[in-house]
Design a protein around this ligand. Sequence first.
Ligand code: PEP
Ligand code: MN
Length: 457
Amino acid sequence: MADRNEPVVAADPAVIAGLDHYLTLPIKQQPTWTDLEQVASVRKQLSALPPLVFAGEVDILRDRLAQAAAGKAFLLQGGDCAETFADATADRIRNRVKTLLQMAVVLTYGASLPVIKMGRMAGQFAKPRSSDTETRGDVTLPAYRGDIVNGYDFTPESRATDPNRMLQAYNTSASTLNLIRAFTQGGFADLRSVHEWNRGFADNPANNRYKALADEIDRAVKFMDACGADFDALRTTEFYVSHEGLLLDYERPLTRIDSRTGTPYITSGHFIWIGERTRQLDHAHVDYLSRVRNPIGVKLGPTTSVEDTLELIERLDPNREPGRLTFITRMGAGKIREELPKLVEAVRDSEAQPLWITDPMHGNGITTKNGYKSRRFDDVMDEVRGFFEVHKALGTFPGGVHVELTGDDVAECLGGSENIDEASLEERYETLCDPRLNHMQSLELAFLVAESLAARN
Ligand code: PEP
Ligand code: MN
């Protein structure tokens, strides 16, 4: 019997959930903060700020992703490699949302499947790097780790870590998400106005193809309207936000205990993924994300073993909960047909049912002769094709695409119908990190994916 005079200590749900266990584990890709007191102060401030997303939304997303894993929906996830504070402007956010919505229209109509729309947006500020430092000429400085950690300019002041940037990342995410919610709930995304979205876009094969599709949709909508269908549901659309859960000094204070269920949710975004460089089984990131309720993604590169894949399922989805786990494969066009089948086959035979999506960007990096980090549009397309082929051969569902894109007219990836060449990179290369598909290339990719999906049905 407990002593009646003993004080009753309320059990702390965060302690019960073991949220801080990650602190005892090895961790990769974190900044070397210099002002630890400031880090503690910022963490405290973050923990008092309102959540950016709500547990109820996260639960709905999990259900949607379960549909995709079962072959009844398709996930479209895209956005910048690295968002920046400077680019969180109304125009740029609108262009990105618009591009994703246009891609979703192409996919929905082409494949007759519901499309789950998800931005790499409103929180994609932390970047893993291959080296802690960057050298230019005879100067070596800390590497740029994303706007949430330090600045991109190559000066000691800018490259110094600054914990206050985590607050700026929170605020920028909040204003980005606010605009996304306004766009997707306020009528901007009304399916009946898909034509409007073409205004201002150049005469180009992808745009013209899009216009033709918009005409078809128009006709279908008019027909249904005449039949008396109720189109209120077309006025708004669900849109989710996601980012790599890399910087745990940011994610931990934004993890909240849901009052309905007493369980922890990361509230900095709906969907959080673990990158290729931080998916070690016994390290901090896998442990931390195993303890939260959000749907979780894990990037799988070409060296991923079958054993690690199965063990990731054990750790991140021990209950085999539909929609909980997404594998984002990024093998490279030259490797996907060789490396992906064994993973998909082993997972299929284990009777786990994660969602499989393709990231056709990160395995296809090249450096151009004139020194730009780029990707060939044809390689991106080829990896997408390989992804569909592998799943078709194994009887599993190719459930989505994960792409780095922008709604703007940049020249960062080579090829596509505009034939972007190496010289164009010198004029319109804007990314601070990886090269993104531009508006047109994104639409072209959507048409290819829609065709592959339709062929599968
Ligand atoms: C990214 O998604 O920007 C990234 C760094 O990917 P990966 O972890 O797959 O290398
Ligand atoms: Mn990237």
